[in-house]
Design a protein around this ligand. Sequence first.
Ligand SMILES: Cc1cc2nc3c(=O)[nH]c(=O)nc-3n(C[C@H](O)[C@H](O)[C@H](O)COP(=O)(O)OP(=O)(O)OC[C@H]3O[C@@H](n4cnc5c(N)ncnc54)[C@H](O)[C@@H]3O)c2cc1C
Length: 532
Amino acid sequence: MLRLDQIKLNPDQSEEALWERSAKLLRLPRREIRSLRVLRRAVDARESPVLVYTVAVEVAEEQRVLRRCADRRVSVLDEPGYALPEPVDAPEIRPVVVGAGPAGLFAALVLSRCGARPILLERGQPTEQRIRDVNAFWESGLLNTESNVQFGEGGAGAFSDGKLNTGTRDVRHRWILEQMVSCGAPESILTDAKPHVGTDKLHITLQNLRARLLEMGCDIRFGSRLTGLHTENGAVTAIDVTTEAGQYTLPARQVILALGHSSRDTFEMLYDAGVPMEPKPFAVGVRIEHRQADMDAAQYKTYAGHPALGAASYKLACHLPNGRSAFSFCVCPGGQVVAAASETAQVVTNGMSEYARDGENINGALLINVTSEDFGSDHPLAGIAFQRRLERRAYELGGGGYLAPCQRVEDFLAGRPSTGPGKVLPSYRPGVTYTDLRDCLPPFVAESIARALPLLGQRLRGYDQPDALLTAVESRSSSPVRIPRDESGQSGIAGLYPCGEGAGYAGGILSAAADGIRAAEHILYVIGREKS
Ligand SMILES: Cc1cc2nc3c(=O)[nH]c(=O)nc-3n(C[C@H](O)[C@H](O)[C@H](O)COP(=O)(O)OP(=O)(O)OC[C@H]3O[C@@H](n4cnc5c(N)ncnc54)[C@H](O)[C@@H]3O)c2cc1C
């Protein structure tokens, strides 16, 4: 197979044109191309938007064709695949995975596929019940602190845009995407340069993944929270699990901690139990919301709204004179701002979209970096205390009932409270309170956002438009804690395998899933070695 890069089509051309283009590049008649497969599809909107493809092409006498065309865009296709670890016999004491987010689910999948029959504990509820709990919260402000946007099957990303791009390269990524497709995720995630699943399709995928895990003998326990750790000679021997019915102790020798960034009570429990932890820099800020049509027009110009391009997204960053960085994060085209709290009387914002990304607005986080100097302590849990203070202030400023404080950009920049929306209507439920966000944001965050808005507006026309809405507070973009681990994947307590976003080793769905697999690989190695 040959790999052909940088084949460009305009949005009006169908993918059929790829055959013609490939033949031309290879200097062959079209009939000599036996098969063609799209490997990657990207939108380049720097000038007039074009679709940029990478394709795999099958031809006869590959080497001769390659030599003759002598073009940098043509090479021999090299597709390294992920090979699962060797199968093992299920150990008497089953490995335990704590957390059914991407890290925990994919750790459990690899352990199950390799015969280790793990137990998967999740404090939240299965997808079906979780959807009901989250909708009740968004509709009436009744927060279930165990089943919400952060906790439950699928983890923090289950109500999200389901973006699956990552800044890192890992042979496991393709395998993860393939597993998701086989569970019902759209096939486009295998080829799109910026793949996304959307909340609707993610929920289907999660339910099918659960069925697959159960078939392979994985014991999945929802409503089951890790609340205690038993150790002997520096190694884990058992864990306490709390359910609605009470607490029990589960013997355990290998425990994957795939907790996510919001399980604050669990971090506190682990800290008290002597698990080494350190503070980690993170970022806080606001959600900014625009009309999708305006962002499409700014980027796609005359092609705005073209079905081949979909809803436009953006990625922005700038360094500020005060030494801070401001950057966009987790942009959700055609999506909504969501209430993402997991603790009582705190307001937390985030964003999600459906697969179609066809909502009226686009939203994204606008974040400012935070270090331990900003919260005046290097205690490992000081970042959590900082987040909590911020989320409580946002709740109070919103006036209670999980209403979020909200302000028009023009008012924010002018330093006056907003009294209502302009042409951008807020999508956050249960609702917003128009106010002055400076009353809840730390001064350095407010000042940095005010400086960043016009700068980012120079990079993306309309980003700082007067009617864009800022909704506070975006405080859970990454973990404020890291749980150190050694080359064998274990923390200071043997048998504990911290992984994923919460332990500080991933940022996003795909990298968390890959890190969960890494933890599973370590455990399979140990189990395999013990048997031999
Ligand atoms: C609204 C929203 C939108 C997002 N959008 C995107 C996106 O589009 N793309 C992207 O890449 N990332 C997105 N993210 C971030 C992404 O969801 C996380 O990076 C990812 O989920 C981290 O995976 P994880 O498995 O490490 O942790 P999590 O997904 O947080 O999973 C941890 C799980 O552990 C469970 N748990 C915690 N403590 C315990 C305990 N003591 N006992 C039992 N269970 C426990 C939790 O209930 C949770 O289900 C979004 C996040 C949110 C909140």
